[in-house]
Design a protein around this ligand. Sequence first.
Ligand code: ADP
Ligand code: MG
Length: 728
Amino acid sequence: MPTYRFKALEDVLAREPKKVEFPSNRASNYYATNVFSQEVMREYLPKEAYTSVMASITDGKKLDRAIASQIASTMKDWALSKGATHYTHWFQPLTGATAEKHDSFFSPISGGRAIEKFDGDNLIQQEPDASSFPNGGIRNTFEARGYTAWDPTSPAFVIGNTLCIPTVFIAYTGEALDYKMPLLKALNAIDKAATDVCQYFDKEVTKVNANLGWEQEYFLIDKALFNARPDIMMTGRALVGHNPAKGQQLDDHYFGSIPERVAAFMREYEIEALQLGIPVTTKHNEVAPNQFECAPMFEETNLANDHNLLLMDLLGKVAIKHNFRVLLHEKPYGSVNGSGKHNNWSLATSTGVNLLAPGKNPKTNLQFLTFFINTIKAIYDNADILRASIASAGNDHRLGANEAPPAIISVFIGSQLTQMLDNIEKNVKAGKMTPEDKTELKMSIGKIPQILLDNTDRNRTSPFAFTGNKFEFRAVGSSANCGKSLITLNSIVAKQLIEFKKTVDAKIDKGQRKDEAILQELQKLIKESKSIRFEGNGYSQEWVEEAKKRGLSNLKDTPRALKIMTQKETKKLFEELGVFSEIEMDARYEIDMEDYILKLQIEARTFGDLARNHIIPAAIKYQNVLIKNIKGMNDIFGKEALKIAAPQLQILKEISEHVIHLKENSDKMLDERKKANKIDNFENKALAYCDKVKPYFSEIKYHSDKLELLIDDELWPLPKLRELLFTR
Ligand code: ADP
Ligand code: MG
């Protein structure tokens, strides 16, 4: 009889790739066919309704009820034609995932008949029974009142038989209960601040969009192996498992050929993603075995973020059809790289200019440098807030583990731009500049090449790197809602741009020339923010020491990283920009800490289960085999058995020692967990889980992994890492 573990492996080996046909050989034929796009609206809506909805999309104008009903009716007909039977308000609760509550279009009427019904009210506002979504004490649970409201800037779409309407999720008292609402507010803040600064350079600019191009990393695991690993099933990661003889050291997976079963899965999700208007263009193997990446063309941030959430959901659903499970955890396997999400960020004007791309002449380059340097200063001033925006139990395993950027926030800009900033730092004179000085500087600024050479070999170890025409924020966790870090990034840059404008305006009011005022202020910012710039190896120990000397933070765990969100200055920043109220910030802090506690609690329980119910029993089973053998040896050889059976005796003893430690550590962990659970204050509870409970995790793993090396392969109950990573 094969054990459960061998059965799982047999299942994997017996799998055939699923057949997936392309709907057409041209993706352009089916791109966005499941989206209620502007194109569809223009075609089907009455003119007045179309103009109204466009005004709502571009200028945030409120939609009138009558118009909403017209849109609803058109949307319903379109959705029915796509085979939809239900509709849902699709929203982003603070759990990080997306949520939906399905309602039927079907509505019985008198005389035993029925119609398909969907009106303006159903479109604009819904009240999901949302009492069990985390709200950090904003809503009293018994009231359970939060509502969702349509976000017309992100188009509705059909998945399967459901029309999905992207919505914000708000408490009746007005506080946001999701990530979308504050993201829209942050995008509004950066739009305003950046548009104001643009007036120095181009009065035609009326709007600035923040763009986001995400790259999503994930692991695939066969369904049978997933189900045979209680830890992966419960926590999304392998809590135990000895490193396989081979990991990723040969780099043979990166950009290698994609296995046929995986290729079929990719084909299917890609087709669905394209039909949903997600412009996915890139897919490849990542560094670790069974790790992959997917990236689309960048888009406006709110839409791009909706698309990322939709894609994460899609990956999961399509994977199941192919007998896979997707792991979005930041660190599923201890011995190989974890998964992140790179957020590529840039600012684009209504006139079609990328403000983070070097231009063709001194004027556009001064504009570029203005946004570039202000961004660096914003990161310098608010590095801890940015660090907090990516803090999670999962990401704690990744940051600083020599694969992802470290928990120390720094900015990489490449040698050419470093030279440029050094040049400004040295050559801008205080007071009035002579015409010669200015000409020289302008010449030099005009010389920034449009293609920056050293950004092609991009420093991969930097958490925040300039990559030619955008910044790439690489420390975001793979399972995170990108909204979280982009709310922060856009807010801190907005705040910096507002301050910049104020200072430069004051100089101009005092009679200084505009260019001179800008340059002198940029020089000041360059000097002040210098210590956040780092061009070296972010994975090295030297950097940890150097960063410490520079006074940069290195916040390694979530509870400590989140603390900054409770500080007065932080609250003031978000409040002044209109992004968060104090109540919202307190609520979010509590929710994030709660999430951390719950994740660790689940891991601790699973560790206990693994030790007591899987590993120790397997150890005892093998000990019994050994004991029987030693007894038999004794029967045959008498005293001499002690010598002949010495290896068996030795293994028997070693197993006992590890079993003792395993039991001891899991008992101690249980005690600490009980103590932690009794703590009422969530801050202290999170710290107790971090400092008192978590340290036992590595102890338990250590002894379990040693046992894995001692026990008969046939008796080991869990699929091993080599099997999880290499069986196909
Ligand atoms: P990498 O080497 O980091 O994998 P890729 O070129 O594969 O880089 O991916 C870059 C990502 O950056 C893509 O998602 C792309 O859409 C995005 N991107 C490119 N230009 C911009 C821009 N101006 N603003 C935001 N994102 C961008
Ligand atoms: Mg990247």
